[in-house]
Ligand binder design. Sequence first.
Ligand code: TYD
Length: 207
Amino acid sequence: MNGKFVTIEGCDGVGKSTQVRLLKERFEREGIDAVFTREPGGTPIAEKIRGIILDAGNSEMDGLTELFLYEASRRQHTLEIIEPALQSGRLVVCDRYIDSTLAYQGYGRGLDTDMIRKLNEWAMGDAKIDLTLFLNVSSQEGFSRKGGANGGDRLEKEKSDFYERIYDGFLTIAEREERVVKIDASGDKYSTHEKLYGYLKDNGYIR
Ligand code: TYD
């Protein structure tokens, strides 16, 4: 596959969706060809699975069930969108991918990380990530941007502990995997955008 595969990761509340949108708009303005896609979702089947996972009404969902759904959605998305785009030499920018599963289901929910790595490999097949941009904002700041953790009741505390585990998980992944680059996303959205765009440009992902 001669295209390039870039994933963008980060905790909830770090402004990831905004950054992906700003990149997409800039690429369009500058005529840079890229496939923008997201997880969970990205294809009709995968979007249906996304609906099941993110449906607040499915509160009794088991953690493993949730994991399998993320992986099922990923498999379909990879086969239908990511692999064909890479094969035709295009740049793929994916909002969340395998590291989200390791961070959220593994480090966050406590499922076995070795098992998740294996499932990720199965779901990815022949696709290979070239670069992962991790939007780095401390878990506390991200959580308060989301409007959480002010009251400090038990549930809020649980949530903030959960986000802290996820954040630490991302940092662990960043240390283990050479492809992961941490981008400081604590400033305003335009300066973060320039850092992302600049990294892609300086490293030959875009011209
Ligand atoms: P989404 O509305 O897309 O949020 P965001 O804009 O933050 O990406 O919801 C995705 C949610 O799913 C987010 O809370 C992270 C979570 N998630 C997992 O727990 N595991 C995964 O493998 C993926 C891809 C996402």
